[in-house]
Design a protein around this ligand. Structure first.
Ligand code: PEP
Ligand code: MG
Length: 321
């Protein structure tokens, strides 16, 4: 079967009735971009930048970061790369940065909360991403946004970084798109308003599922409860996609759900046209797309959204293969 799937590499991701889907890769460094291109990803929908910050003794400097982003931008050869600002804390600690001792790290000092608190760290990263933007097609994305205020603050700091570079006569892409992850339920619920202030959303189902269902994504004991097919999670995803379309902004999904062939038609039926996943998962998802009419996706989505529990949903999806 592996051979069969790899034979799909050069076939476009279009349904038999002509709906084109964009398949992107999740990457963590420049080498991952090679894999992404091997699997013919249309770009990187999620560039997790944490790797650059891990396994070192101090924060990377602006120039070190520039090199890291530039290398990736160049490898992408003009294909879009969505660079997510640091998502440290929670499950991603750093050796050289003291996090407060917290009872609930996932509900605590992490991601954009650290960036907004430590603007020195944030602005250094933003300057590096902006400087790298002249070497490819980059987009900037903020993780873990939970309110309009946080988004506005992050955007304000980005404007400050841009103003600094302009003053210094340093080039950057002045129209770089700015987006945010939707991975906190409060953001999903406020998607109608948030959509007016960003160029795109990317739905992070790993955290969205954890926070919506109050189930630790890494806790084996409650593993069975961690279920992205829970109708509460599906409703939020559907709402976010709908609001993005209403405001005519981009929307993609970059959580693990994007690489689950069982979810592909449901998500397409919700209106999703951009999926971002580990590069190796692309052929299996493409296989679903090229063998199912979009009209079928619409029908499956309608049926699923009328169901009241995930067991019924998953059983039904299994019969749709
Ligand atoms: C997510 O939460 O779905 C996501 C893509 O971000 P991460 O897995 O890096 O937290
Ligand atoms: Mg996340």
């Amino acid at each position: 079967e592996h051979k069969f799937l790899s034979s799909l590499k050069d076939i476009p991701a279009i349904t038999p009735d002509g709906v084109a889907i964009t398949l992107l890769a999740n990457i963590a460094n420049a080498d991952d971009m090679d894999d992404a291109l091997t699997y013919r990803a249309a770009g990187a929908g999620l560039f997790r930048t944490e790797l650059l910050f891990m396994n070192r003794t101090a924060f990377p400097t602006e120039d070190e970061q520039l090199e890291f982003y530039k290398k990736t931008a160049l490898k992408a050869k003009g294909k879009p790369v969505t660079v997510r600002t640091i998502d440290i804390g929670g499950d991603k600690p750093l050796d050289y940065f003291t996090f407060p001792k917290e009872d609930n790290p996932f509900l605590g000092y992490r991601a954009i909360r650290i960036s907004l608190d430590r603007q020195d760290i944030f602005i250094t990263q933003l300057r590096a991403i902006l400087r790298a933007s002249v070497f490819g097609t980059l987009k900037i994305m903020f993780p873990m946004i939970s309110s309009l205020q946080e988004l506005r603050q992050a955007k304000e700091i980005l404007e400050r970084a841009k103003a600094q570079l302009s003053d210094e006569g340093i080039e950057f892409d002045k129209t770089i798109p700015v987006g945010m992850m939707i991975e906190v339920p409060s953001a999903a619920v406020m998607a109608d308003l948030l959509a007016k202030e960003v160029d795109f959303f990317s739905i992070g189902t790993n955290d969205l599922c954890q926070y919506t269902l109050a189930v630790d994504r890494g806790n084996e004991k409650v593993k069975a409860l961690y279920d992205p097919f829970n109708p509460a999670v599906l409703r939020l995803i559907g709402y976010v996609i709908e609001q993005a379309h209403k405001q005519k902004i981009g929307v993609s999904l970059c959580g693990e759900l994007a690489s689950d062939p069982q979810a592909t038609l449901v998500l397409m039926g919700m209106g999703l046209r951009e999926f971002s996943m580990s590069a190796a998962s692309i052929p299996a998802i493409k296989n679903v797309i090229i063998h199912n009419a979009f009209s079928k996706a619409t029908e499956i989505c309608e049926n699923v959204m009328a169901m009241d529990n995930s067991k019924t949903i998953i059983d039904y999806l299994q019969t749709q293969k």
